[in-house]
Design a protein around this ligand. Structure first.
Ligand code: ADP
Ligand code: MG
Length: 445
């Protein structure tokens, strides 16, 4: 039985959900899934994004223009809107809007992670300090000003180490260094990235420093969770079966359920829950990343949002609900159906950009889709666009989705589908000098 209000679905409308304000960037991959979820729950939806929507005139309550880089101003706009159109839930789909969502939710008395917790989770240095203060084992970490001399700083750090921006995501600008020379080169590379106006606004506090951490060995997992009234629940644990050893940390395959032994999984889940409590995240989705090594789980980070990109499409709960339905349902205080993920194994591959250039063509998509277990292949960068690989790039070529009986099958299907894909990348605006056209052989399967 459907537990939610549904228009004309024959379900007794116990209570029509109130209005949801969804904060989402204009380029977000995440908007569609949340919009669909609101429709399925029967909740009226207003989308808040940084640019006016072309069709907003048809439904003046359907869109709010908000500047996420000025959260206090955005909160005032939301407050005025809510006086006219009461809001039952405010939720951000991506990192950019999550502080605004937290502040607005507090102003309106709606459940959400508190702004202080969100601010700590959005700044990797503050996060490390909060986790360490709560007694959670943490790698050694230092925050350095970007205008410092990296060769002098290199004397203070242990090798191997990882340099990273404080406020970016998707491994952008995250670089491993094994010695002082690599450290200095990585430092300059991160500084150059953060100096670009399209990456960080001038005056952005988070773009004046970088974080250096000792390198944590181990296998990496991601935990998708939902916190309600301070109680965290695990929705899914993903293995990341490709080695992530640097110097760049390109995410590729995510497969759930995790194949970690039960004790290791328990350690991972326990540590993620401790991190949630340490940061004070109380109401809303969380996406945590951890490494497991020598019997212990270490937290890499916890983001106060759900999984990024199109990855959530592999998750289904209870009677087939999407991750976004689960999150929205919880934010609206609706009676929740089961939060058990389906029994099937599922996985997604974020298709990495093998080298810089211009995407001239893609072949093999149909063949990749035809691989047993593959549900879909989506190429998300249009032909003609510039391709920028890590550590500077921020996009994937696309996503491959698979489902199957066991995680091994899902992983094998994703790898096989990826082998069918051929990307014609021409030297172009993004091509770094000296990168050969056949450098695609380096692409990790
Ligand atoms: N201290 C570390 N030790 C080992 N690997 C790390 C460390 N920090 C980050 N990484 C690797 O880099 C990836 C991205 O770093 P993370 O801190 O999660 O930043 P982002 O917000 O870009 O995802 C991680 O998923 C992990 O593979
Ligand atoms: Mg991360």
């Amino acid at each position: 039985m459907t537990r939610y209000w549904s228009e004309g679905g024959g379900v007794v409308p116990a209570r029509r959900p109130g209005r949801v304000l969804l904060l989402v960037t204009t380029q977000s991959y995440r908007a569609g899934a949340f919009v669909e979820a609101a429709q399925r729950l029967g909740a009226p939806l207003t989308v808040g994004s940084e640019r006016p929507q072309a069709l907003a005139g048809f439904n003046p309550d359907g869109h709010l223009t908000l500047d996420f880089s000025a959260p206090e101003v955005a909160v005032e706009v939301i407050r005025r809107f809510a006086a006219r159109r009461p809001l039952a839930a405010i939720l951000a789909a991506d990192d950019e809007g999550v502080l605004t969502a937290a502040l607005a939710a507090r102003a309106l008395g709606l459940p959400h992670h508190p702004p202080e917790a969100v601010a700590a989770a959005r700044d990797k240095y503050r996060m490390r300090r909060a986790l360490a203060a709560a007694g959670i084992p943490t790698p050694r970490f230092h925050r350095f000003a970007l205008d410092a001399d990296p060769l002098a700083l290199a004397r203070e750090v242990e090798f191997p180490c990882v340099l990273k921006p404080l406020g970016l995501a998707a491994s952008r600008g995250v670089i491993r260094a094994d010695d002082p020379e690599q450290f200095a080169a990585a430092f300059r590379r991160v500084a150059a990235l953060l100096g670009r106006p399209e990456v960080a606004r001038p005056g952005d506090e988070l773009a004046r420093h970088l974080l250096v951490e000792s390198y944590l060995p181990g296998v990496e997992v991601a935990v998708e969770g939902l916190v309600t009234g301070g109680v965290p629940r695990v929705l899914a644990v993903f293995d990341k079966p490709d080695p992530l050893e640097g110097p760049f940390f390109e995410e590729t395959i995510y497969v759930t359920p995790s194949r970690l032994p039960a004790a290791a999984r328990a350690a991972v889940e326990g540590r993620a829950a401790a991190g949630v409590a340490a940061l004070g995240l109380s109401d809303g989705p969380v996406h945590a990343e951890l490494r497991h090594h020598a019997g212990e789980a270490h937290l890499l980070e916890i983001a106060p949002r759900s999984i990024g990109g199109l990855c959530s499409r592999v998750l289904r709960f209870g009677e087939g609900r999407s991750l976004e339905e689960v999150i929205l349902g919880a934010a609206l205080g609706l009676e929740s159906g089961g939060l058990e993920r389906e029994r099937a194994a599922a996985g997604v591959m974020m298709i990495p950009i093998p080298r810089a250039g211009t995407l001239a063509g893609v072949r093999g998509v149909e063949a990749a889709r035809a691989v047993a277990g593959i549900e879909d292949v989506r190429i998300t960068i249009p032909v003609g666009d510039e391709l920028v690989p890590l550590p500077e790039g921020a996009r994937y070529l696309g996503f491959i989705f698979a489902r199957g009986g066991a995680p091994e099958q899902v992983e094998a299907a994703l790898r096989e589908a990826h082998r069918w894909l051929e990307f014609d990348i021409q030297p172009g605006p993004g091509a770094a000098p000296g990168v050969r056209a056949d450098a695609g052989a380096e692409r990790r399967w």
